[in-house]
Design a protein around this ligand. Sequence first.
Ligand code: SIN
Length: 300
Amino acid sequence: MNDQSAAVQIAPISPVFGAEVHGVDLADGIDDRTFERIHRSWLEHGVLAFRGQTALTAEAQVEFARRLGPLHAHPAAPAEHENAAVFVIRTHRDSPISNGNGWHSDVSCDEEPPSATMLQVQLLPDGGGGDTLFADMEAAYATLPPATRERLCTLSAVHASAHVYPGRYADRGADEVAVDTPSAIHPVVRTHPETGRRSLFVNPSFTVAITGMERSESDTLLADLHEHCTRPEFQIRHRWEPHDVLLWDNRRVQHFAIWDYWPHERSGHRVTVQGTRPFFDPGGIEPDESPIRVSIGRLA
Ligand code: SIN
């Protein structure tokens, strides 16, 4: 019998996180054994970049994503695809702003933000550009001194969207006034529900305040954390090739979609999987010593 799983090759992108997957075309469908291998690798690496793909139908993409859990619905973006589970990522000459053009973890303003995001970019911009950056929040946490980690583990933060969503989807008919703008309070350090590992869970797009802290102290701490979290040592960069598929873990990574291709167009299909409420487990395991050495400034 043909062993599909044996053909799959997983190649780490950096010593820290991220891996490329070769040897399987998701459009062909995958058997359970291959799915289990992909799932394990995704939990291990945080971001998987499937190379050598062909165009996925919406049904095939949704079917794959559903194997990771029930799907998540975007609170503010009107559905543009006939399959309501598909969120069309589309940036063009007249876009008010590009999807994801700022560091974030998808929809972290939701009480139960997405766990996984699966994206296939169908139309790459003429002339190049449109790469996606990722930053590993486990590495960001692991490089902090123990006393700083201990303090951060006691804190929670507000993730809001009233400053994000109104107007953002105006070009696809969203009502600027009636748009849903959820907000939620999440722990600053979260425990991954599947791996048990800890990571920082704040991002500059949605996280607006540390709860119970004076405004100026909160602003300073968040600015320091955002600067730390987005250091190049924690980053990988995906240069898209036609039909690549990315699968990332929002419980572990942040990402940033670079808009360096105006006036050209870039579009793709994104499907997100419903996550659970972020939590911090005080009995959880602290990370091993990090291989990365960074200067941590005021976070020392
Ligand atoms: C997103 O933030 O989900 C979009 C990422 C991308 O377009 O590369």
